[in-house]
Design a binder for this molecule. Sequence first.
Ligand SMILES: C[S@@+](CC[C@H](N)C(=O)[O-])C[C@H]1O[C@@H](n2cnc3c(N)ncnc32)[C@H](O)[C@@H]1O
Length: 240
Amino acid sequence: MSEFDGTRWADPDFIKEYLDNAEAYVPFRHSMLEMLRLFYLHFIKGNRTKKILDLGCGDGVIAEVILSADDGVRVTLVDGADEMLKKARERFSGNENVKYVCASFQELVVGSLLPADFDLAVSSLAIHHLEPEQKEALFRYVFSRLNSGGYFVNIDVVRGPTDELEGWYMEVWKEWIEERKRAGMTDQDFSDISRRYQENEDNRPDTLEFQLESLKKAGFEQVDCYYKYGVFTVFGGKKV
Ligand SMILES: C[S@@+](CC[C@H](N)C(=O)[O-])C[C@H]1O[C@@H](n2cnc3c(N)ncnc32)[C@H](O)[C@@H]1O
C-alpha cells in the first residue's frame, strides 16, 4: 500500500464529505480563490504561454476559477485520488485543454511524470498533508517544473507559530462557523471542525515561516504571504 493509500483521501466517503461541505467549513474560501484569480490576472494572463499545474486538484475548483478568467489556458490536474479526478473529469468534460494525472506528491517528486514547462503551479488545501521534509522536496520539485518567470501559489492551512496563537486561530475558525449559522447561511453544525482538523493524523500543517523559508531554499524569489485568516493562507513565490 502506498503512503497516499493509507490516508483518508483514499476513502470515497471522506471525499464526498469534503466536496459536499468545504464551502461550509473553509472560512472565506471564496476570498482565497479570489486572491488566486487576481494573481492570475496580474501575473499570468498576458503571457505568451499559459500552462498551469494544479497539485491536489480535488474536483478541479481552482482550475474552474482560472478557466473562467481565461479560456486560453492549458491545465494539468494532479491528485492522488482517482475518485477526485473522476469528479474533475465530469466538471471539465469535453475540454481538451485539461489533462489529468493520478499520482501522489510522493510519487511525483521521485519520477518524471510531468514536463518542466509550467508557467504557474497552484495548490489548494493539499500540501499540509505532507511531512516537513516532504513539503521541502515538493517545493523543490515545483521549482524544477516551472519555466523561468513562473510562479507558485499555495492556498493552505498552516500551524500557528506558538500554541497560544494556534489556540486563538482555532477559536477564530469556530467563530466564523458559528457566525454563518447565526446568519442563517447554514443549518449544519460544524462547530467541532477545528477539533476534527487537529485530531486528523493526515493533517500535518507547518508554520508559515517554515514554508516561506523552504520556498526560498528551493530557489523561489519574491516569496510572500498574499492572504491570511487564522490558519488559512495564500502564499507563494517566483522562479526568476
Ligand atoms: C482538501 S482536498 C482539496 C481539493 C481542492 N484542491 C480544493 O481546494 O477543494 C485535498 C486534496 O489533496 C489530495 N491529496 C492529499 N494528499 C495528497 C498526496 N500526498 N498526493 C497527492 N494528492 C494528495 C486529496 O486527494 C484531495 O483531493
